[in-house]
Design a protein around this ligand. Structure first.
Ligand SMILES: Nc1nc2c(c(=O)[nH]1)N[C@H]1C(S)=C(S)[C@@H](COP(=O)(O)OP(=O)(O)OC[C@H]3O[C@@H](n4cnc5c(N)ncnc54)[C@H](O)[C@@H]3O)O[C@H]1N2
Ligand code: MOO
Length: 409
């Protein structure tokens, strides 16, 4: 292999390995963010609990805190109302035998009490409380440390911060976290045939749909992509724009112009000025995808997706998103499996990302219905579907009921 040679027509698994390797060498720097700004971000280090949760024994109900030993073993009990303990209020005095304290949900359990009876199971008679239904010992008490122990791992490096995990960190009083900086992404569409929605269309022209597709996919992952004006099929114009973007962004994502046509200028440009990591992956759709270092175009990485709209969707899910996850050090996403609800015959050798619709049956089994409209220009079918069905390399008949990997979108 000479110095300019690069892997081509590689297996999908090899493409993923290359993306992961390059991403690990190009990890985003760490930044410290206020928790409120860290939603969706990837945590850079582990976060450990510095206090137990709940931090103190407290009531799970509005009612009365009492000593369980005071309750009659059968029948009702009358207790003296000693005071009240509200959440966030002054601490009630200790409770003596025969006494109880009015309590609200979340209020600390007064000293001497061990059980809470809910309001609905009592009758207030002046300064007495009649317990109509005796609770079991310890009932309606949320114990200190029952959810989180001091020193427990709350979030690991590589975790994406979901709203629930952010809330967990907030509950510990954590006000800021170290996270990976978001990669900046420039989005390019290429092709003389492209017209923006809202403008008139001449014969032979088409509307640019990939831009909104990519912008939406990127934004759904929390990124803030920048769409550049559509590039004409002109090598000098493409080189100039990509050089500017290559200097200013972490990732340049293009679509179109990466295949074998006379107007497909990207491969030659990136071979001449960049360093190609791979070109062409044995997958369908998406085969012509190209991945490169910018080289003299700038420090950005370049991922060039094929122009067919469904190829853009598939290569986003299969290549671009794993790259962006890797750059942020995100743990590999869960993989999902479902049963094919109809047979499928894969007549070609390449790994296929077929579109399908997910549904679970009454028995809780997840099924996916393959869409026969499998052309990579058929965006309607892709929009009607909600998952890619991963069909392994090699020609094969898949009977109905076969278990396949699915990538929901
Ligand atoms: N001789 C060969 N021809 C083709 C090959 C091949 O290997 N040898 N590969 C085919 C495959 S697979 C694909 S996918 C396409 C990819 O080609 P390009 O990446 O060069 O994309 P274009 O030719 O520019 O466009 C393909 C198709 O997509 C439409 N398009 C492009 N951009 C947009 C956009 N922003 N919005 C909507 N639609 C877009 C474009 O008009 C074309 O119809 O090449 C095959 N050919
Ligand atoms: O394999 Mo290309 O990406 O569809 O038409």
């Amino acid at each position: 292999m000479n110095a300019d040679a690069f892997p081509t027509r590689i297996a999908y698994a090899q493409a993923r390995d290359i993306l992961a390797r390059v991403a690990s060498e190009r990890r985003m720097p760490v930044e410290h963010l206020a928790l409120a700004r860290a939603h969706g971000r990837v945590l850079a280090g582990e976060t450990v609990a510095h206090m137990p949760m709940p931090a103190f024994d407290n009531s799970a109900m509005d009612g009365f805190a009492l000593r369980h030993a005071d309750l009659a073993t059968d029948g009702e009990t009358v207790l003296v109302l000693r005071g009240e303990q509200f959440a966030g209020g002054a601490i009630a005095p200790p409770v003596n035998p025969g006494e109880c304290v009015r309590i609200t949900t979340g209020a600390p359990l007064p000293e001497g009490t061990d059980t809470v009876v809910m309001k609905e199971d009592t009758a207030l008679e002046g300064d007495r409380v009649r317990i109509l239904h005796a609770p079991s010992a310890g009932r309606h008490v949320r114990r200190r440390g029952e959810d989180v122990g001091e020193g427990d791992l709350l979030a690991a490096a590589g975790d994406a911060l979901s709203p629930a995990r952010i809330a967990l960190l907030a509950s510990q009083g954590i006000a800021g976290v170290d996270v990976a900086r978001r990669p900046t992404v420039a989005v390019f569409s290429t092709g003389d045939e492209l017209v923006e929605p809202g403008l008139p269309l001449a014969h032979g022209q088409i509307y640019n749909s990939n831009r909104e597709l990519l912008m939406g996919l990127l934004r759904a992952d929390g990124l803030e992509p920048v769409a550049w004006p559509t590039l004409p099929d002109d090598p000098a114009a493409i080189e100039s724009a990509l050089r500017h973007a290559g200097e200013a962004f972490d990732l340049v994502l293009t679509c179109g112009g990466v295949s074998a046509g006379e107007k497909d200028h990207l491969p030659a440009l990136l071979q001449r000025r960049g360093r190609v990591h791979f070109w062409k992956v044995r997958m369908r759709p998406g085969m012509p995808a190209l991945f490169a270092d910018g080289g003299t175009l700038g420090p950005a990485l370049f991922l060039c997706l094929p122009g067919n709209p469904v190829s853009v969707l598939a290569t986003w899910l299969a290549l671009a998103r794993p790259l962006l996850d890797g750059l942020q050090g995100r743990v590999v996403r869960k993989s999902w499996r479902a049963r094919l609800s109809a047979p499928w015959r894969k007549a070609h050798e390449r790994l296929e990302f077929l579109r399908g619709r997910l549904a679970s049956d009454d028995g809780g089994m997840l099924h996916v219905e393959p869409d026969p409209a499998d052309g990579s220009h058929r965006m309607r079918a892709a929009a009607d579907a909600d998952a890619l069905i991963v069909l392994e390399e090699g020609a094969r008949d898949y009977p109905a009921g076969s278990v396949v990997e699915v990538v929901p979108y």
